[in-house]
Design a protein around this ligand. Structure first.
Ligand code: NAP
Length: 246
């Protein structure tokens, strides 16, 4: 898979899965736009990509804020003049049992994980439609498919990304823009690092492949759906979960 002359926006690129996706695409020729709320982290990633001979830019934006998203897209247009790939990866958790879940925890998670993907997709859809080319990949989650106690807000947001993916896939297909999702299982990142040993072992017991996933496992699947070769796949949710849910 090569991405020469392709411009790829990756949200939540400062660490974890998003960073790995950005590195993977940049190493294969894409000009990468690394987005997060903390510009110092994404600036360091851009420096690294450029030192390796790649092209990248860092944009500080909160994907849940429409004005930030619009400014981010304007900056990308000015620098690169097109957008070929959007990876809606930025995501957060605010876990609690239903009875104890604060309204603010519900709203914040839905705002970042779901509304953020809507805002970014709406902003690039116009550009990709004009280009008659685009690849959009939403990062959902195995728990959006299975449900998970203590994560009603997170699971609802990830499940809803499936509906967003399929609706946008139908709407944009005629413009040669594909929209798919990747649903990771348990991946070793900051998001999962804080889990208790007991919970981790219970999770491991549910994974037929017998290991947790790596950020590179997810990046490879995202890159495939973002490639030209995946042009006849749209509205699909690809599980990268070691068989945890099938
Ligand atoms: P992570 O290590 O916590 O990284 C999250 C990234 O999102 C960071 O770059 C963060 O940067 C960015 N971010 C958070 N809120 C943002 C906002 N409002 N606007 C812009 N950027 C924002 O998480 P991860 O484990 O890599 O997860 C990445 C994605 O995969 C998420 O959507 C997550 O739900 C999904 N996922 C993860 C797993 C797993 O096991 N790790 C499993 C299934 C799905 P800043 O804080 O600087 O903004």
């Amino acid at each position: 898979m090569q991405f020469n002359d392709r411009v790829a926006i990756v949200t939540g690129a400062s660490r974890g899965i998003g960073r790995s996706i950005a590195e993977y695409l940049a190493a294969r020729g894409a000009a990468v736009v690394a987005v997060s709320r903390n510009s110092a982290d994404t600036a360091a990633l851009v420096q690294q990509i450029e030192a390796d001979g790649g092209k990248a830019m860092s944009v500080q934006a909160d994907v849940a804020v429409a004005a930030d998203v619009d400014a981010m897209i304007a900056a990308v247009q000015e620098r690169f003049g097109r957008v070929d790939i959007l990876v809606n990866n930025a995501g957060i958790t605010r876990d609690n049992l239903l009875a104890r879940m604060k309204e603010d925890d519900w709203d914040t998670v839905l705002d970042v994980n779901l509304k953020g993907a809507f805002l970014c997709t709406r902003a690039v859809a116009r550009i990709m439609s004009k280009q008659r080319y685009g690849r959009i990949v939403n990062i959902s989650s195995v728990v959006g498919q299975m449900g998970n106690a203590g994560q009603a807000n997170y699971c609802a947001s990830k499940s809803a990304l499936g509906g967003l993916t399929r609706s946008n896939a139908r709407e944009l297909a005629r413009r040669n823009v594909t929209v798919n999702a990747v649903a990771p299982g348990f991946i070793e990142t900051d998001m999962t690092a804080g889990l208790a040993e007991k919970v981790r072992n219970e999770m491991l017991g549910q994974i037929p492949l017998g290991r947790f996933g790596t950020v590179d496992d997810v990046a490879a699947a995202v890159a495939f759906l973002a490639s030209e070769q995946a042009g006849y796949i749209t509205g699909h949710e690809l599980s990268v979960n070691g068989g945890m849910y099938m």
